[in-house]
Design a protein around this ligand. Structure first.
Ligand code: NAD
Ligand code: UFG
Length: 334
């Protein structure tokens, strides 16, 4: 049995599909602060198998210990946390509380119940400003905002815990830019309020919930002047988690990139989404967004060597699947 914290969220729900599809049993632990229980009903529909849902907060160590024991969990996938860079600047204490203290309580609960296998959702944000590209796992680590600092602190906590007890098995997965949805169109990303991220915003323009996209800058050091990122299909990302869990059969601690290795510009994403949706995406070029960098993308050699995993889906597939989800659920899970 695998405990999936934050399993109702965007990435967690897709990971649950991947886990259930490979025959694993899953108990989701989520407080639904940024998700809907409907996502988990849909996951079960896709897989034709049940999962267990427990509502709770990862900062509640006693509740976590109870779940780990009651369901005989042998490993944990830890997605629960807050993820908005902007909000983390406005409310840093909330981010340290939910992300850092939440992860600490989870590790305590695991220690108390003898569960020593964990896959953690980290982010390419821990590489900070690129000193070279692609980012390899050896790239120096730094954080440029409170959200990034929480990820870095949790990574350090995990490395320290493994150093103190090498019977632990720890996978730190550094995601690049997850987009897309399960090919059924039943589950997908459902951001609350105005989306900060590019693809959810573009999808809401395509469906008519927003009039125009703002492109934050076209004077970057990139081929067409707009920002370049490594977009990865969320189902490829989910498959990467299943591969990581297999490798954790042996005690070890590793950090690995989950990306495609290829960068796409904002304009390339807009064009791919127009093709996928058959809708025009009107946009305005606006000044740069604070804190954004020109370009970054992943080195992928270590992931293929260590996990035997690599991303397979194209930008076109990411947009087509994202659009299937958005067009069949114009208002998300609401
Ligand atoms: P999400 O907000 O959709 O999912 C997070 C889930 O955790 C939600 O279901 C939320 O209700 C739950 N949650 C939050 N705080 C909780 C708490 N204190 N107790 C219990 N449940 C709680 O986000 P996501 O995009 O699925 O991201 C999952 C993880 O991956 C996060 O840790 C995020 O930082 C990380 N990550 C995401 C991205 C991205 O672009 N989406 C990139 C890199 C890393
Ligand atoms: N962009 C726009 N208009 C928008 C939204 C985004 O032009 O409305 C541009 C950005 O300037 C950037 C690109 O689209 O060039 C991608 O932006 P996102 O906000 O989708 O993604 P980021 O790479 O900025 O940030 C993501 C996550 C962060 C994480 C970071 C590093 O949202 O949480 O990747 O992993 F920290």
């Amino acid at each position: 049995m695998i405990l999936v914290t934050g399993g109702a969220g965007y990435i967690g729900s897709h990971a649950c599909v991947a886990l259930l599809s490979t025959g694993e049993d899953v108990v989701v632990f989520d407080n639904f602060c940024n998700s809907s229980p409907i996502a988990l009903e849909r996951v079960q529909k896709i897989c034709g198998r049940p999962l267990t849902v427990v509502e709770g907060d990862v900062r509640d160590q006693a509740a976590l210990e109870k779940v780990l024991t009651q369901y005989g969990c042998t490993s944990v996938m830890h997605f629960a946390g807050l993820k908005s860079v902007q909000d983390s600047v406005a409310q840093p204490l909330e981010y340290y509380d939910q992300n850092v203290i939440g992860s600490h309580r989870l590790l305590r609960a695991m220690q108390a119940t003898g569960v020593r296998k964990i896959v953690f959702s980290s982010s390419a944000t821990v590489y900070g400003t690129p000193q070279f590209l692609p980012y390899t796992e050896e790239h120096p680590l730094s954080a440029v905002n409170p959200y990034g600092r929480t990820k870095l602190m949790i990574e350090e906590m995990l490395r320290d815990q493994y150093a103190s007890d090498t019977s632990w098995a720890v996978a730190i997965l550094r995601y690049f830019n997850p987009v897309g949805a399960h090919e059924s169109g039943l589950i997908g990303e459902d951001p609350k309020g105005v989306p900060n991220n590019l693809v959810p915003f573009v999808a809401q323009v395509a469906i008519g919930r927003r009039e125009r996209l703002n492109i934050w800058g076209n004077d970057y050091e990139t081929p067409d002047g707009t920002g370049v990122r490594d977009y990865i299909h969320v189902m490829d990302l989910a498959a990467g988690h299943v591969s990581a869990l297999k490798v954790l059969d042996q005690p070890q601690c590793f950090s690995v990139n989950l990306g495609t290795g290829a960068g796409s510009s904002v304009l390339e994403v807009v064009r791919a989404f127009e093709t996928a949706s058959g809708r025009a995406i009107p946009f305005d070029i606006k000044p740069r967004r604070a804190g954004d960098i020109d370009a970054y993308y992943a080195a992928t050699d270590y992931a293929s060597k260590l996990l035997g995993w690599s991303a397979t889906r194209s930008l076109q597939t990411m947009c087509a699947d994202h659009w299937r989800w958005q067009s069949s659920n114009p208002n998300g899970y609401a």
